[in-house]
Design a protein around this ligand. Structure first.
Ligand SMILES: Cc1cc2nc3c(=O)[nH]c(=O)nc-3n(C[C@H](O)[C@H](O)[C@H](O)COP(=O)(O)OP(=O)(O)OC[C@H]3O[C@@H](n4cnc5c(N)ncnc54)[C@H](O)[C@@H]3O)c2cc1C
Length: 557
């Protein structure tokens, strides 16, 4: 069995959190081993696939667009959204406060020093729609990384490669950790299986054929193994009763490697896992017509204009409009007894309002091409990847008349009777409200208000129009599925990333960061998220754990 040379730390998982922790350790001259179960092609984990949306508070990008943001407003939004209400939320609350200060303080500059830049139009995710202390962002805060996910991981992958060249770092791909070795109550290393080589493309599921074993020892081990979203059995086992029964049909918004195995392994080594029932799944999932991983679903990042209907054709209640309240909508959909819902929209809406989450679905932003971006976002027609879904996607119906559209919807879901008269009634009533300068339809009020924000008016919110206006057509219906994505709970940690045991004491030798630690503390988001807070959560918690192990954390942190 190969024995490791002298190591200062082992990092388990080569996603963003692990890469950031590794980069901090290497910057301090520490010797590390990064252990990753997937082939090298998948280095970077989920973050590579991400849209690169980042939560920043009071940034120059916001100010240039006339958005007045502040730490106080962001704190009001975060805590109103999180709804912390458990004894074990003490560390998550502290992490939330520390993270807010990071997002309102050095985050942007720290990233810019590493070459990460942002697209100038700030998006408005999770608009809420309740009262001031309720869920949602009071202002747009979703900053898209120029270059999306690949640009987020780039500086940290480069730091790892420099570390390898300097002889400080070793990268052990196809090494799956199965056990944290404990001696005298302290974690002293990892043990696991070496898996057969696999030339699977990035994100594709790789084999689990065991060809050997390994054992690595170090005074510090950092677990950065991600969440549980790729493991639907675990998702269902932890599904909270407050959201109703777990859906029978789920798409995967994450690769299969997001398997959650390491959480049980950490628990066996003494870690306390908390808030396992807090999860962040999406309700606007569509089946990828060109899948990379099993049950691959893509999330539509919707603008606010589509009419949202349940499986039987009844309109969702206010304020469950597209992009307002992800979990509120999930809870409502599950309560209907069906796992899917519908967007009904027009060609004019799809052109302006449909963005698809994921680096590969945004080649203009990912490729950092201004020319492509202008063509895709401001030119005629929807962006090419959206058009491709419209043409090939199993969930899309395009029709010239409402009757034809309704037939298409019914044919796609023969198991559910769609109340065609109800749909017609809803759409005609909505259209009638639109031709009126006043309105009692709060979705229409929201559209008009959104268009007061330049960013929305430019690229996000279609000019309000009648759904049945033939000039805006053809009509489009999209069947929306529930898509798994993030785990909001995880391994409980203190502010240094040290893992805490069931007795609340530090487990010596063990740290955790990223999604595995609920992005810090075991759940810094509480029940719900403001969006764009996950990549930042990996940066902040990975940095804290790396600095703590390296002994470079300053007192204020
Ligand atoms: C399509 C998509 C779009 C997204 N968009 C955004 C966005 O715009 N903004 C945002 O904030 N967030 C976004 N996210 C979420 C964000 O990307 C993730 O939450 C984050 O990248 C998680 O990083 P991580 O390092 O904690 O875990 P991961 O990226 O999951 O990495 C964990 C790594 O650990 C490895 N591993 C696990 N167990 C073991 C083991 N036992 N032994 C060895 N290795 C192991 C895994 O193979 C994996 O490589 C998106 C995610 C996806 C998939």
């Amino acid at each position: 069995m190969p024995q490791s040379p002298e190591l200062d730390a082992i990092v388990v998982g080569g996603g963003l959190a692990g890469l950031v922790a590794a980069a901090e350790l290497l910057a301090a001259g520490k010797r590390i081993a990064l252990v990753e179960q997937e082939p090298e092609a998948s280095l970077g984990g989920q973050a590579w696939w991400s849209f690169g949306g980042m939560f920043l508070v009071n940034s120059p990008e916001q100010r240039r667009l006339g958005i007045k943001d502040s730490l106080e407003l962001a704190r009001q939004d975060w805590f109103g959204t999180a709804g912390f209400d458990r004894d074990e939320d003490e560390w998550p609350r502290r992490w939330a406060e520390a993270y807010l200060q990071f997002a309102a303080g050095e985050k942007r500059e720290w990233l810019r020093e590493r070459g990460v830049k942002f697209f100038p139009v700030v998006g408005w995710a999770e608009r809420g729609g309740y009262t001031a202390l309720g869920h949602g962002n009071s202002v747009p805060r979703f900053h898209i990384t120029w270059g999306t996910g690949p640009a987020v991981i780039e500086p940290f992958v480069a730091a790892l490669h420099r570390g390898i060249e300097q002889g400080l770092a070793t990268l052990h791909v196809r090494h799956r950790v199965d056990e944290l070795i404990t001696e005298n109550g302290a974690v002293v290393g990892v043990r696991g299986a070496t898996l057969a080589p696999d030339d699977a493309a990035r994100g594709a599921a790789s084999n689990r054929t065991v060809v050997g074993d390994f054992d690595l020892r170090a005074p510090a081990t950092i677990v950065t193994s991600g969440g549980i979203g790729g493991n639907h059995e675990l998702v269902r086992a932890h599904w909270p009763a407050r959201l109703g029964p777990a859906p029978a049909q789920l798409l995967s918004g994450v690769p299969a490697h997001v398997d959650g195995r390491m959480l049980g392994i950490a628990e066996s080594a003494g870690a306390q896992i908390i808030n396992g029932d807090r999860m962040w799944h999406y309700v606007e999932g569509i089946q990828n017509w060109d899948p990379v991983w099993p049950k691959h679903g893509i999330r539509i990042l919707p603008g606010p204009s589509s009419v949202w209907l349940d499986a039987t054709g009844h309109r969702l209640p206010a304020p469950l409009f597209p992009g307002f309240d992800t979990l509120g909508t999930l809870e409502h959909i599950v309560s209907t007894g069906y796992d899917h819902s519908w967007f009904v929209l027009t060609q004019a809406i799809i052109e302006k309002e449909f963005a698809l989450s994921g680096s590969e679905q945004n080649p203009d932003l990912t490729g950092k091409s201004v020319r492509e971006l202008l063509k895709q976002r401001l030119g005629k027609g929807a962006a090419d990847p959206v058009e491709a879904f419209k043409r090939h996607g199993a969930d899309f119906i395009v029709a010239d008349t409402l009757d034809e559209l309704l037939d298409g919807m019914q044919n796609l879901t023969p198991e559910v009777a769609i109340d065609a008269e109800q749909v017609r009634l809803e759409i005609e009533a909505r259209d009638r409200e639109l031709t009126n300068a006043f309105t009692k339809d709060s979705q229409i009020t929201a559209l008009r208000q959104a268009r007061n924000y330049l960013g929305d008016k430019l690229i996000r919110v279609a000019k309000p129009h009648r759904i049945l206006d033939p000039k805006a057509g053809p009509l489009i219906a999209v069947k929306l599925n529930i898509l798994t994505r993030k785990s909001l709970g995880g391994i409980q940690t203190d502010l240094s990333g040290s893992v805490l045991g069931v007795d609340g004491a530090v487990v010596p030798g063990l740290w955790a960061a990223g999604e595995a630690s609920g992005f810090g503390g075991g759940g810094m988001h509480g029940y719900r998220a403001l969006e764009g807070t996950f990549l930042g959560g990996c940066l902040f918690s990975g940095r804290a754990a790396g600095r703590s192990v390296a002994g470079t954390q300053n007192a204020s942190e």
